[in-house]
Design a protein around this ligand. Structure first.
Ligand SMILES: C[S@@+](CC[C@H](N)C(=O)[O-])C[C@H]1O[C@@H](n2cnc3c(N)ncnc32)[C@H](O)[C@@H]1O
Length: 272
């Protein structure tokens, strides 16, 4: 690891975390990114950026990647709060280390995966593009992946954006179906780039409106269970919105749509 010569990029924020909180994100990463990780010649390096007051999410990311994606995977937990790095170090083990740093990502060379969960929510919306560009610049090309998003405290409701080295690709909604009244319940977990855009005239607002309508129209499926209702909802949405997944992921209470369809108004013109 290179010795630090400059201050970490970013600001320490609240350290709230929980065991198993990011399991839905971990599962999606292993399923969707596993083939790219396995294709890599060198053992893939994944960064859990901003793991929080305790290193649970980094420990679990290592376990899930090794079990479900690539047994060679290594994870580096990166935290901007030095006390949280010191608290995590006793949990270091083969394949898992911890480093003090920020959005510069203090790891030698490009990395296969950066996961930043519940980190950007505490920054300003106008910082998102710059942070994304910086993090995307740290990914291996062409297969590296940045997953940036938000969830509730126990990980029942998530929304995340997946980005490649070139920029944003998709937005995933993931939920514990039994706890869902309507899809727009997920609105409060939108990532920073979208949370302030859930207003009339913005694509994400239209999308959540259509999502709720499709969910209401699929009410007869509720007797077969929330999973069947979600699948019928997704199939209806698929006719109108560019979804990139299918029944296999919908069964998990997920749905992934192209970023361009939800990007804030003016995003493209601003140089995405
Ligand atoms: C709310 S916690 C999230 C913990 C964990 N990722 C989770 O989702 O459970 C956010 C953490 O991100 C850290 N953080 C904020 N900005 C950061 C940055 N630029 N680089 C690294 N860590 C950062 C904060 O210090 C805090 O510990």
């Amino acid at each position: 690891m290179a010795p630090r010569t400059t201050r970490p990029v970013g600001t320490p924020t609240r350290g709230t975390t929980n065991p198993n909180r990011l399991r839905r994100m971990d599962r999606w990463i292993a399923a969707e990114h596993g083939p790219a990780l396995r294709r890599a010649d060198a053992p893939p390096v994944a960064v859990d950026l901003g793991y929080g007051a305790a290193p649970w999410t980094a420990v679990e990311l290592l376990e899930r990647l090794r079990r479900d994606a690539d047994p060679r995977a290594r994870v580096v937990g990166v935290e901007i709060d030095p006390a949280r790095v010191a608290a995590a170090r006793p949990y270091a083990r083969e394949g898992l280390s911890f480093a003090h740093g920020g959005f510069e990502v203090p790891v030698d060379g490009p990395v296969s995966l950066i996961r930043a969960a519940n980190v950007l929510r505490q920054y300003d919306e106008d910082q998102v593009r710059e942070v994304w560009a910086r993090l995307c610049g740290r990914l291996t090309a062409p297969d590296g992946l940045l997953v940036e998003g938000t969830c509730d405290e126990v990980g029942r409701r998530h929304v995340w954006v997946a980005l490649g080295p070139e920029g944003p690709r998709t937005v995933t909604f993931a939920t514990r179906l039994g706890s869902l009244e309507r899809p727009s319940d997920l609105a409060e977990r939108l990532p920073k780039a979208l949370i302030h855009r859930n207003v009339p005239g913005e694509p994400v607002y239209d999308f959540l409106r259509d999502f709720d309508r499709a969910w209401a129209a699929a009410a007869p499926y509720a007797s077969l269970g929330a999973r069947q209702r979600w699948i019928a909802t997704a199939a209806a949405l698929d006719a109108r919105w560019p979804l990139v997944d299918g029944r296999r992921r919908w069964r998990q209470g997920e749905l992934t749509v192209r970023w361009e369809a939800l990007a804030p108004r003016g995003w493209r013109g601003a140089g995405a």
